[in-house]
Design a protein around this ligand. Structure first.
Ligand code: ADP
Ligand code: TRP
Length: 316
């Protein structure tokens, strides 16, 4: 029996941290064993907020190296970039002609963006239509996303239904797969680990950087355990073991932190070194992305041909 299809997009934004790893990247790697997977870099999405040639290039290559380094296997996953497949933007236009403004104005992401700044670009407003095209071209069964993206997958389903109703059955309705938040990875200050809070442990940190981040974890001794240290530690060592160790070393935060540094290095070290290997041969990494694009393009082209036929513009 052929495997079910999985598709997701990742934005090329800066340096990833442990929260991104456990909350998203690792899950894509794990899921790729069970699904025929398509993962793409959403560079046309990113154009809404990265308008700088060097930064764009750097971020696209960066996210490509990140995913290869965490073990995404190009044999199992078709890895490509959105802008290589012009059908994504072509289909977006068609969806634009079927979707009303009041409907898109109900999207949470739009409302949040507008609340911060009235002068939002049309690309941000219209982004759910591009996302619908990203998804529907490939007919995936599941779309793994963070909880904040659930509404966009619902919009995608509505858009597919609307097209199917008007022009006949064309698109398969995908199911959102809300990724386990892994109980939200906490940062060094106990709040959610996030770029915007400056409390991250970078995923590809050098040893010295891991040490510095761990030494900077705010130790809160009000409970039985130093909560913030423990919460990060349990990502990399079983709780059974940890309970014993923390009991034995009660009061000695320095020793506990030293152990956490070593445990993090065991996880991070090999990925960091693998990333350096890929970094030495960027043309090779780009060739993987290009080949993925060629494979994805064939699927997108076939679907787009069907769409053109259905709407009545395929004349020769
Ligand atoms: P940030 O908050 O650092 O800007 P993003 O919003 O770019 O992170 O998140 C990218 C992905 O990583 C999303 O799928 C999100 O759910 C996941 N993620 C980010 N931070 C965490 C965290 N602290 N714990 C779990 N998952 C996270
Ligand atoms: N919107 C997603 C995010 O902000 C990224 C994305 C773009 C995506 N297109 C997609 C995710 C298609 C799943 C499917 O993280």
């Amino acid at each position: 029996m052929s495997k079910k299809i999985l598709l997701s997009g990742v934005k090329p934004t800066g340096r990833p941290h442990l929260g991104n790893y456990f909350g998203a990247m690792k899950q894509f790697v794990d899921l790729s064993n069970d699904y025929d997977s398509y993962i793409f870099i959403a560079d046309y999405h990113a154009l809404n907020f990265i308008q700088n040639k060097e930064e764009m290039k750097e971020n696209i290559i960066g996210v490509l190296l990140d995913y290869l380094a965490v073990g995404l296997d190009p044999k199992k996953v078709t890895l490509y970039k959105q802008s290589d497949i012009s059908e994504h933007t072509e289909l977006t236009w068609i969806f634009d002609t079927l979707t009303t403004m009041p409907y898109l104005m109900r999207a949470h992401a739009f409302k949040d963006a507008e609340a911060k700044n009235k002068e939002i670009v049309i690309g941000t407003f219209n982004y759910p239509m591009l996302m619908a095209a990203d998804i529907l071209l490939y007919g995936p069964d599941v779309v793994p996303v963070g909880a904040d993206q659930k509404q966009h997958v619902e919009i995608t389903r509505d858009t597919a239904e609307k097209f199917n109703r008007i022009f006949g059955d064309t698109f398969k309705l995908p199911e959102p797969m809300i990724m386990k938040e892994v109980a939200v990875v906490p940062g060094t200050d106990g709040r959610k680990m996030s770029k915007s809070y400056n409390n991250t442990i970078p995923l590809f940190a050098e040893y010295e950087e891991i040490k510095k981040s761990v030494m900077g974890i705010v130790t809160d001794s009000s409970g039985e355990l130093p909560q913030n240290v423990y919460a990060i530690h349990k990502l990399v060592r079983s709780e059974d073991e940890l309970k014993k160790i923390y009991e034995e070393k009660k009061g000695s935060y320095k020793e506990i932190k030293e152990l956490l540094i070593e445990d993090l290095e065991k996880l991070i070290g090999p990925m960091r070194e693998r990333r350096k290997e890929f970094e030495k041969d960027i043309p090779k990494a780009l060739a993987i992305l290009k080949a993925g694009g060629e494979k994805a393009k064939k699927i997108a082209e076939a679907k787009m041909d069907e769409v053109r036929e259905k709407i009545g513009i395929n004349l020769y």
